[in-house]
Design a protein around this ligand. Sequence first.
Ligand code: SF4
Length: 366
Amino acid sequence: MKWTNLFDEVLIEAAAVDTPLARRVCAIFPAHRVKVLDGPASATGGAGSLTVAVEKGAFLRRCPGTPGMICCNLFVLNLGVGCPYGCSFCFLHNYQNQPGIRVYANFLDAMAEVEEAAEDFEGDELRVTTGEFADSLALEELTGMASELIPPFGRQKKALLELKTKSDQVDSLLGLEHGGQVVVSWSLSPAVVAQREECGAPPLEARLAAAQKAAAAGYLLAFHFDPVFLIADWQQHYVNLVDKIFDRLPGARVRWFSLGGFRYTQSLKNVMEQRDSETPVFLHEFVPCDDGKFRYFAPLRAEMYRILREAIERRAPRTPVYACMESAQIWKKAFGSLPAGIEKLGPIFGPFRAGCPSLGSCGQRS
Ligand code: SF4
């Protein structure tokens, strides 16, 4: 990636000027394209801008979930907002009020919050991802943020870092001391979907090659099919992709595999149709759900999850497979049980059972 082509200008918050991240970024961009702001930046800048800011609030929060859906107990480390890729379905189109990208120069301060949360956490494993409001590795060769975070996570006993990405920028991670506490996870779609809906992200083959490098360096892996689009011949496309993954990667190293059917809010639909008036994704029938989102008709979703779960379990029987943001009804049909009844999901969903009286009514994210 040619960073000077990707960003027109770099904005540095005054308080971030004397930080390693700001110095690293400034070394790449010519001085006339770097602007130091007098005070704090109120938000991300305009399209084509990268803002290096200082986070004064908390970095870590529990994934808020979404009403009526079962949540997978993930924690989110918010080290920046925005992404250089242009996936059609990305919820950031609605979430961000400005189109630029923002990163936090004081991101290593987040480790103190992680350590405190891990100490208080009732389960065995506190899963933390940096890939909620940004792609965890899409800017890695520019910022080096993940590479800085890996060694401190490698010294953790209970906290597990998930770097969730559609990127192939893993080279700087390969020699680091990850201590078995870092999961590099890829969001994948069949090539026919990726080409149409994941504009700007590295192609499927590049992501799989990056996953092979990460596996060879001893990292744990995870995969996400989210969103799954019910395109023509979807079953063949997605099941072939499951086989492609496990033909190339050791199933025993895959810590989890999550599935999520395509879903949208009305405002995301408006943005998607504005960006691509020919989009075929709304040709299907969708139904409104309790959380205000539209999803495929429940029997279709249940069938989709069941088929994909079985395809994954054929190749990696011990890998936990779970649905993201789905109802108890879908869980029972597609997985045969709620997560509490599936032993291998214990490390992921178990803390919920310990901490919450009702699986379906707490900690939901949008
Ligand atoms: S890679 Fe993730 S964060 Fe980036 S545009 Fe695609 S969905 Fe959004």
